[in-house]
Design a protein around this ligand. Structure first.
Ligand code: RBF
Length: 156
């Protein structure tokens, strides 16, 4: 049998940092609810969860980097909602948010979850934040739990 590693879904004893964009907060609020529900149902304590609100998705990697470098969290979960408009802003912000969060994860050595919706319409965003396509905040939190466990198993 090959040696196989995977992370369990147990959040007990781990500290999580949520970085949340206020832009489209009708929907980012739902992502936060989903993430918190997932964390608490997997054993994370409120005391071990830090939520930082930022203006929009562009700012998520900036604060994610600070949190990840603080030594105060074991994983960061970025939550934002980008809805395509009439100008190219969407593409610039979406690309930098994704690149920025990836960079934080690689450079800081702790898991960083990408819970940023990139949608064409408000309806698509609603569908992904607790309606027919589930709640991507919940899924981002679940990935963070699995990854902190996996990092612990793999060690340095
Ligand atoms: N932030 C988001 O999180 N989602 C958006 O859909 C979004 N759309 C924006 C559209 C424009 C034209 C601009 C200028 C900003 C937008 N932002 C959005 C805000 C952005 O992430 C950031 O907070 C601001 O640009 C300030 O740095």
């Amino acid at each position: 049998m090959p040696r196989t590693y995977e992370g369990m879904l147990d959040a007990k004893g781990f500290r999580f940092g949520l970085v949340v964009g206020r832009f489209n907060d009708l929907i980012t609020g739902r992502l936060v609810e989903g993430a918190l529900d997932c964390l608490s149902r997997h054993g994370a304590l409120d005391d071990e969860i830090t939520i930082v609100k930022v203006p929009g998705s562009w700012e998520i990697p900036l604060v994610a980097e600070r949190l990840a470098g603080s030594g105060k969290v074991d994983a960061v979960i970025g939550l934002g909602v980008l809805i395509r408009g009439a100008t190219p802003h969407f593409d610039y912000i979406a690309a930098e948010t994704a690149k920025g969060l990836a960079h934080v994860g690689l450079s800081k050595g702790i898991p960083v979850s990408f819970g940023v919706l990139t949608c064409d319409t408000l309806e698509q965003a609603l569908e992904r934040s607790g309606a027919k396509a589930g709640n991507k905040g919940w899924q981002a939190a679940q990935a963070a739990i699995e990854m902190v466990q996996l990092y612990r198993t793999l060690g340095d």
